[in-house]
Design a protein around this ligand. Structure first.
Ligand SMILES: Cc1ncc(COP(=O)(O)O)c(C=O)c1O
Length: 461
């Protein structure tokens, strides 16, 4: 990762290009516009989740195959969004399709355990070095239950998280995520702020945020909370932040967090909903070599079916086993999801798959880095495993404060439009990264780099 010598970009030029690209995208997505008008009558905002909203209308998809997706206008695109990183296997993978079909023919839901649930847990134990597992249906459910387990295990209520991190849509973690720079608060004493309406103030007050990549700030905040009689039950965090683009842990940071939490008897939860299965076979745990007390998974686990999991140490999971915590759910361990997860883990996300993803990511990161250097853009490319992004910032982003202070949001928006108009389906939102799939090819990643170069050229012409 190298921060280039930045040049001053012409802001007027960025705005002109944005307008040009917006008009172009609107022109080629007229069937999405028509679909939106119909959808808006019956779906709030015309979408199934607010993360799918887009002005002036969302792009409605029709189908996907391997690395490609097609929208309702027939535009064919390489998928770098991959369902917020769920489809690291590529679309309609035949091995997962066979498993799902075979399971369908034998019944899809019993609310009773099946052998596949055991096989998947055996494989997850091996990959994440945690002995005991349970299932959920989404990342939000995984983090919600993991926090409850930590609270039960420690007998404490306060939850510590990283400022700016997203861990799903339940109340406890919908705190201190996306807020304006001037509202963040003091670095040593970051604010607890609700993310949207409808979250009780009492819940907000129970969640305390600290900056990423600063173990000293975490330690001091824990000590102050302890002095106030509010020692945290857990620290929930992504080992590498995946919603400010990609922010990697600085050397020694995760080890220090592990040591602080262990010393204070605080449960360390690595939320691996995005990193797990996408940045290594054993996620961030394997990649960075630090083992948390609890790991949460979802997204890529089910290979396109809604499946989540929680893994934990014997001690922490004992509160589930002794019945003091109800970790429950009608669809937990659903046979269809488990069949897909089994094929995903054993047949698709193999050691060869991770070797391929690493090589492709190296190629795309290097390609983007070369473009940045050639055109003197203010930014750098950064990534790990299947994940990466170009961060438009003149200096390195290490946490939410530096992200908010430095990210060039206009440039991030323009890059998205450029991609969408040139056959690159990219995750919407200024904070997002790409996820490659095992079906991506050098041709696919070169197409991404070529599109980025075209933008760099037009910006600096
Ligand atoms: C790190 C992390 N945790 C949890 C979640 C919530 O997952 P879900 O949307 O499946 O509820 C997300 C979703 O983006 C996430 O990125």
């Amino acid at each position: 990762m190298a921060v280039s010598t930045p040049r001053q970009l012409d802001r007027q030029r960025i705005r002109e290009l944005t307008q040009r690209e917006e008009e172009r995208l609107n022109g080629r997505t007229q069937k999405s516009r028509a679909m939106y008008e119909r959808a808006d009558r019956v779906l709030s905002g015309g979408v199934a989740s607010s993360y799918q909203l887009r002005d002036p209308w969302p792009i409605y998809l029709e189908h996907g195959e391997g690395p490609l997706v097609w929208d309702v206008d027939g535009n064919q695109m390489y998928d770098f969004h991959n369902g917020f990183g769920s489809m690291v296997q590529g679309h309609a993978h035949p091995a997962i399709g066979r498993a799902v079909q075979a399971r369908y023919d034998r019944g899809t839901h019993f609310a009773a355990p099946t052998e596949d649930a055991v096989v998947v847990a055996e494989e997850l134990s091996r990959r994440f070095r945690l002995p005991k597992w349970r299932y959920t249906n989404s990342g939000s459910e995984s983090t919600m239950d993991a926090i409850r387990i930590a609270r039960a295990y420690t007998g404490r209520d306060t939850v510590m998280k990283i400022f700016g991190s997203y861990h799903g849509h339940h109340d406890t973690v919908m705190v201190s995520i996306g807020v304006e720079y001037d509202k963040i608060g003091d670095h040593e004493n970051l604010a607890s702020l609700p993310y949207g309406a409808g979250i009780p103030q009492a819940t907000v007050d129970m969640t305390v945020a600290v900056p990423f990549n600063d173990a000293g700030a975490m330690k001091r905040r824990i000590e102050r909370l302890e002095a106030e009689g509010r020692k945290p039950a857990c620290v929930i965090m992504e080992a590498a932040m995946m919603n400010l683009g990609v922010v990697l842990p600085e050397p020694g940071y995760l080890e220090a967090v592990r040591e602080i939490t262990r010393r204070h008897g605080i449960v360390l939860i690595f939320d691996e909903v995005k990193t797990g299965l996408c940045i290594a076979a054993g996620g961030a745990t394997e990649r960075f070599g630090v083992v948390a007390d609890v790991v949460t998974l979802a997204k890529a686990l089910g290979g396109g079916l809604p499946t989540g999991a929680i893994g934990g140490s014997e001690e922490v999971m004992s509160v589930v086993e002794d019945g003091s915590v109800y970790q429950v759910g009608t669809y937990n361990g659903n046979p269809l999801g488990m069949a897909a997860a089994r094929a995903n883990l054993l047949e698709v996300m193999t050691p060869d798959a991770y070797t391929k993803l690493d090589a492709l990511n190296e190629r795309i990161l290097k390609g983007c880095s070369d473009v940045i250097e050639k055109y003197g853009l203010p930014g750098y490319s950064v990534g790990v495993g299947s994940k990466g992004c170009v961060t438009f910032s003149p200096s390195k982003i290490v946490d939410y404060e530096t992200f908010k202070a430095n990210q060039d949001a206009e440039l991030a928006d323009l890059a998205w439009l450029f991609n969408m108009n040139r056959g690159i389906f990219m995750t919407p939102g200024r904070e997002e990264e790409w996820t490659l799939s095992v079906t991506h090819t050098e041709e696919a990643v070169d197409a991404y780099v070529a599109c980025f170069e075209e933008m760099a050229h037009d910006l600096t012409a």
